[in-house]
Design a protein around this ligand. Sequence first.
Ligand code: DGL
Length: 279
Amino acid sequence: MMSEEFSQVINAELPIGVFDSGVGGLTVVHAMRQALPHEDIVYLGDTARTPYGTKSPNTIVRFSCEDTQFLLQHHVKAVVVGCSTVSAWALSFLEKRFPVPVFGVILPGVRAALEQTRNQRIGVIGTSATVRSMAYTRSIVAHCERARVFECGCRLLVPLVEEGWMKHRATRMILRTYLAPLRRHRIDTLLLACTHFPLLKDAIRQVIGNRIALVDCAETCARFARERLEQMELLSRQRRRPGVIQAFVTDEAERFTKLAQRFLGEPIRTALEVELTPM
Ligand code: DGL
């Protein structure tokens, strides 16, 4: 049931909303810049309450409702959940609660992993909350019964990415520890099931070598969003200029803006600090 308080008319020229607990969703924005170069984007990073991946399902649902509500107040035509943890626990709730299309990262990543794998042995790394939800295992097995899925919760990785320690020796050491059991399970495909993790792709490659295919949940999500918006005739038809990004955060706007420019490889307007309305 859609709530009337949010009823709004959507049209193709409105921006797309993207949210995450912090900087992780920027990997999705980065991929959207390639897949959807003319779309304006409103981004919300809930930096005051990051990480979400160590929180309980109820809290994750509540935070993600507040995030989505904020984006709707900025008149977005669709919401991309740039966060696996939220996609795992709250996507179906958000789809029912809000009157715009909502896209998550799980299904696109699962489809791509199943296209890549040859031995149907797939590793999944995500936050503790994502792994606890078993959402990836359920979705993979629903699409391919004989697939074997090995999930691993990597709770130290999000803070390392937020700290900008992508190339740090400590990060490689921690990755080696997390990934060793997955290698022993002879996976041939590794799904990066947290939007912070594409930022660790080079470090992960160094640790696991070139023989395991990596599936980047940000890239697959951006392609999926384009596909769905196209089907819904919600891609901008009038805009010729490159899309504009406006970012909002709930804390540390300056730090976020600097990180964002680094992650996106382009300057963005300074992020604005906002307070979210409790729901
Ligand atoms: N980047 C997010 C995810 O994909 C959230 C990480 C976190 O806040 O714990 O799960």
